[in-house]
Design a protein around this ligand. Structure first.
Ligand SMILES: [Zn+2]
Length: 169
């Protein structure tokens, strides 16, 4: 086993011992909230949103972007598990601001001698405010997203952990 797996298995045993009343939680988020945010390792959404286990769905990907797969999760979230509010949270110093579609395609071609990277939309970010607005509008206008759902776009400052509301639709 790798060092990570050794650590994880032992930490998990401790967590399981203290799991207690969490075993009574249902799958439907108590606050009827679904959050789409970045995979960045510095982001702790439960903490920076003041939420607890069982309060919300968390969908995470590179950039916190409204990709087809993120929308797949959001649709299932409101359809089967009763959420009625979505938060889309991007953040400063995001890794997806540091390269372009073309650069990623080129890098992968050099490394792996494959042009497959050119066929993936990497959803990179050139303007973080615009990316939030675009993702909120994309979800808002999506034909499979219920019009009664409130969608708010927020920016998290990675250095201070402060949130700024950018748009609500
Ligand atoms: Zn990020």
């Amino acid at each position: 086993m790798s060092d990570n797996i050794n650590h994880i298995m032992s930490a998990n045993q401790q967590y399981a011992k203290e799991f207690g009343e969490n075993s009574d939680l249902g799958a439907a988020p108590k606050k009827r909230l679904a959050v789409l945010t970045c995979m960045d390792c510095r982001l702790d959404p439960l903490k920076f949103l003041g939420l607890e286990l069982g309060d919300a769905h968390f969908i995470r990907n590179g950039g916190g972007r409204a990709s087809e797969d993120a929308i797949r999760s959001l649709v299932a979230s409101y359809t089967y598990l009763g959420t009625n509010e979505f938060l889309i949270i991007h953040h400063s110093e995001c890794g997806f601001e540091t390269f372009t579609q073309e650069e990623m395609g080129r890098l992968l071609k050099e490394k792996l001698h494959s042009s497959e990277g050119e066929f993936i939309n990497w959803l990179t970010i050139s303007d973080r405010i615009e990316s939030i607005k675009n993702d909120v509008m994309h979800i808002r206008n999506h034909p499979l997203i219920d019009k009664d759902i409130t969608i708010t776009g927020l920016l998290l400052n990675t250095k201070t952990a402060e949130l700024t509301e950018i748009i609500t639709l």
